[in-house]
Design a protein around this ligand. Sequence first.
Ligand code: GUN
Length: 292
Amino acid sequence: MAAAILDGKAIAQQIELEIKERVAAFQAKTGRQPGLAAVLVGEDPASQVYVRNKERACGRMGIASFMHRLPADTTAEGLLALVAQLNADPAVSGILVQLPLPNGIDQTLILDAIDPSKDVDCFHPHNVGLVSQGRPRFLPCTPHGVMQILHRSGISAAGKHAVVIGRSEIVGKPMAMMLMQKDSTCGSSAANATVTVCHSRTADMATICRTADILIAAIGKPKFVTADMVKPGAAVIDVGINRTDDGLCGDVDFDSVKEVASAITPVPGGVGPLTIVMLMENTLRAAEWQAE
Ligand code: GUN
């Protein structure tokens, strides 16, 4: 039987409605609007699309958007000065520096300079540490989106074997951390899994993937996960967004894997829409804490 298609767009719209209500309540209580500052350095086309989508999402959800577009030859000192200004600005609840930064700018130096209480990407070491200890201040947006898809689709991870393909700081590592947490410490019931992380140096990856009840692909290689790597009845979550000559595609060979899996996310329309709403949620959370 073909897999159920997990509609990330519909789930994101549902969460968006919940956020809109919370933003309205926040404004009624404080007379203030949450605000997200986004910093884009250079002209990377994919980054420009992401940042524009973030601006639009802010507009839909009643969050003020402060856009800072800087030339590609911006220096680290210039960027640090802007981050310091945004850290000090009470109208800015959350700060996002779009990655990748141009060659020559030390990414870690810039991300570590963001005030952890405004770090809505959840990249600062303080916030990564809190997630790993199961007492998060913010949840990283894409892994949180995956947890919401599982949770809201009735897919429990408890006691299941979850295999994460990819060990990036943005997705793979925090994803594994969140799946292994005890109930609800990371924002949803999709937890308590037994987790294996595969990566580019893993031997016999297909055999490991075939033992997964929940398979999460975040490796950045088009159609990497094929049907022979999937256990019949597994839930498959595709985090990949790859631009190919044939257009956008995920890390999963959707057409073959959907015949084996019990549930699967499409690309586009799967995890992508969740990442942006979880960023908006983090911005609202930041504003709520700052108003306390
Ligand atoms: N570039 C690709 N994904 C992300 C993300 O989640 N946050 C930021 N800041 N940049 C990115």
